[in-house]
Write a protein that binds this ligand. Sequence first.
Ligand code: IPM
Ligand code: MG
Length: 365
Amino acid sequence: MQFNIAALLGDGVGPEVANEAIRVLEAMGKKFGHSFQFHHGLVGGAAIDAHGVALAEETLKMCRSCDAVLLGAVGGPKWDDPKAKVRPEDGLLALRKELELFANLRPVKVLPILVDSTTLKPEVIKNVDLTVVRELTSGLYFGQPKKQWHDAEGRKAVDTMFYSEQEIERIVRVGFEIALTRRKKLTSVDKANVLESSRLWRQVATEVAADYPDVELEHMLVDACSMRLIQRPAQFDVIVTENTFGDIITDEASMLAGSMGMLPSASLAGIPKGGVSKAFGMYEPIHGSAPSRAGQNIANPIATILSAAMMLRYSFNLANEAQAVDKAVLAVLEEGYRTYDIMEEGKIKVGTREMGELIAERVAK
Ligand code: IPM
Ligand code: MG
């Protein structure tokens, strides 16, 4: 089969890690007889430097004409001025909104082999295998009004947490569908003791549950959830939550796995069913552009490589191929290879390219 992939490598370590994901996809294509066509475009700071905008209209058009988007990372100190008119992050937000990527899947799995590389006690994090389903195109990030102004009293600012029932329903369905393919437990996270949008969220989640009698639904307040994630993270299966809550708890959850360098993500424009979808999607590591690590061939490419595996699974319906990539990653870790962020005594330290090459070799075998 032939697939067209928009490759937006971005800033900082983005190009380095994304190039390794491309290497692995190419090895995979050769082995399984697929052809992946990569179409390059600029996003973030790189696009600001070239075109004055964080995402050019033509780049967006190019993405729409492809089957999926592979994204590196955006941002860096060069574009960080809080007064700047355009920011690298605007490119990311525009991609999410324009491509209607409402469902952000962020799986967090603690590999037994890395259980000692985190700051948490091994007995707390062992068996952690959870997925956060984060709403990605509404809530505080996009609600109107959203502005700063000043009047006689001084400066003021507002952001709006808006949700429609349709927006809540589709993301909650994603949560249920993912739960069906796993341990059948869904935790809907909100702040229903304070926020109206959360009270609607909770009602809609309860209504949708009627269509999924096999999944156990629980509601949890976001502050309690943050605590539980540290206290008893293994109790979670699937968490579904709104945009800002999801942003915060996924950074927290990522630390369970030791390094952000291990965690992939998928942002989908449709509801996956039975563990697959043919939905358009954008795939990126959850870590940022790590400007201080850029250009040194040290960043961990595994998060981006696992994101490419999610692309195979969720946008191309290639579950076996996705599994082969996951397995290759595990094999290389089992052989003792580590990037700096997951390095432990007695292991073999490798750089970004070497890690990519090792995984590509295992995939090709
Ligand atoms: C994320 C990031 C983004 C977000 C930033 C870069 C805009 O933190 O993907 O979690 O807040 O969504
Ligand atoms: Mg974030």
